[in-house]
Design a protein. Structure first.
Length: 460
């Protein structure tokens, strides 16, 4: 394989990738509102000569290149979060700008930059004849990831293209990796706590039962669960306990690789007859990040066992959210708001293909522009802090998944988001080289080092 030719081809497409990314950024594309950016991506793939471009029932855009039965997929979610407080931005988040080094705008790092690199990486494969015999490439622009990560791939596997599940050798996620190759991340779930009260006139609050006051106690316990140590000095042992073999004997090493679980209260709601009445209900949402050894039911039970939750007994309900928001096409794919933890083995064939490509193209350490290198002084092979579509691809279905994408995790969901032009080139080159370096004969059925189990819900 001519690695210099690959790098030259990728560099030659830098201006095209930049223009494509800026076009995507110009189309606001929050979850369930991706129609315009889907059309933009479809047009770009058709212009580049993809063999087939389709939009499935959920609204994912998929480009195909090659003729084989085996599939290597490259996934990029094309929805973004909103812009938040516009006063925090120094430039228009959708008009953006570029200079010699960076591209500015919502979605640059998270995660439309990955779409640009993937689209052109496969174009380079076609240009240079790098698609191996018997393989075809599947480039996915997936929707609604920010709302419900992995649901888009649940749709692909179960409804959109169920015939493909056993044909996909592996998936490359193009989520930002700060120049690293990522082999897993923590899972997460969305928990709801509902508290009942009894309203009365605010002039005599003793006649009622204030749900907000009950929730105030629960909030302090949730905070303690996240922040406390795990020793006998506290009643509520903190989530850091899962890094200790005493509490997590089977999986503490994997937990130390991924990092400890966390929980935080992300939303609060209430009902009250008026501003001069006692609140008769209060609810919160909890964002729960899960490390190895934690399960969906253990996390729910942890909240149910908090002293304040037990104190208020039948007035408290702890549950897991379900997701049923219609996509931009109107399709509804209902699923649970649970996203399993996963880790690949470092020597898995698909991980090794990316490592071999990086070594051949760029060496053994992370690379990047000067403005990003302060983020990249870490091992080449690592893990994400946040969650990705890998929660379904590998977490639910065991389809091997690995990450390498342009941009920085620290740019995700932040104002003044940027990505680096050099990263677009680097990633496109690596994607182009990977299929030819993948050794299918080294693939084993035990590529997962850790996968959290599914729930007992019958999700189709």
């Amino acid at each position: 394989m001519d690695f210099e030719a690959i790098k030259k081809a990728a560099a030659g497409y830098q201006a095209d990738m930049t223009a494509f990314l800026r076009a995507m950024i110009s189309h606001p594309s929050e979850s369930c509102e991706e129609k315009e950016v889907v059309a933009c991506i479809k047009a770009e793939m058709e212009k580049l000569g993809y063999d087939k471009v389709e939009v499935d029932g959920l609204g994912n855009v998929i480009g195909w290149m090659g003729e084989g039965d085996k599939i290597i997929a490259i996934d990029s979610h094309i929805d973004t979060v909103g812009i938040g407080n516009l006063s925090n931005w120094t430039h228009d988040p959708y008009q953006g700008y570029e200079d010699d080094e960076v591209i500015y705008g919502r979605g640059g790092s998270d995660q439309e930059g990955g779409m640009a690199s993937a689209t052109y990486g496969v174009k380079i494969m076609k240009d240079l004849g790098l698609i191996p015999a018997g393989y075809k490439l599947m480039v996915v622009g997936s929707v609604q990831e920010e709302d419900c990560d992995g649901m888009c791939w649940q749709y692909i596997v179960n409804k959109g293209h169920p015939e493909l599940k056993d044909k996909i050798e592996f998936v490359i996620s193009t989520e930002p990796t700060d120049g690293g190759i990522y082999r897993g991340h923590r899972g997460r779930m969305e928990i709801r706590v509902d508290v009942k009260g009894v309203s009365c006139h605010g002039s005599a609050p003793e006649r009622g039962d204030n749900a907000i006051y009950k929730m105030a106690d629960i909030l302090q316990d949730v905070r303690a669960l996240n922040e406390n140590p795990a020793d006998d000095s506290v009643e509520i042992k903190g989530l850091v306990k899962m890094l200790d073999p005493k509490f997590n004997p089977e999986h503490y090493e994997d937990a130390r690789f991924l990092g400890r679980g966390t929980c935080t209260t992300s939303q609060i709601f209430y009902t009250s007859p008026s501003r001069c009445a006692v609140a008769d209900s209060c609810s919160i949402s909890i964002d729960r990040r899960m490390t190895a050894g934690e399960t969906w039911d253990s996390c729910l039970e942890e909240i149910r066992s908090l002293p304040s939750v037990k104190k208020y007994g039948g007035d408290v309900k702890v549950s897991m959210y379900m997701y049923d928001r219609p996509s931009w096409t109107g399709e509804v794919y209902e699923t649970e708001s649970y996203f399993p933890t996963w880790i690949n083995k470092e020597n898995a064939a698909h991980v090794q293909a990316l490592v071999d490509a990086h070594h051949a193209l760029f060496g053994e350490e992370r690379i990047g522009p000067d403005g990003a290198m302060h983020l990249r002084h870490r091992p080449l092979i690592d893990k994400w802090t946040f969650s990705t579509n890998g929660v379904a691809i590998q977490g639910r279905y065991g389809i091997p998944c690995v990450g390498f994408g342009p941009g920085a995790e620290s740019q995700a969901h932040a104002p003044n988001e940027i990505t680096w032009k050099q990263d677009l080139v680097t990633c496109a080159a690596l994607y182009a080289a990977v299929p030819g370096l993948y050794k299918a004969e080294n693939k084993t059925s035990d590529v997962s080092q850790f996968r959290a189990g599914k729930t007992d819900n019958d999700i189709k």
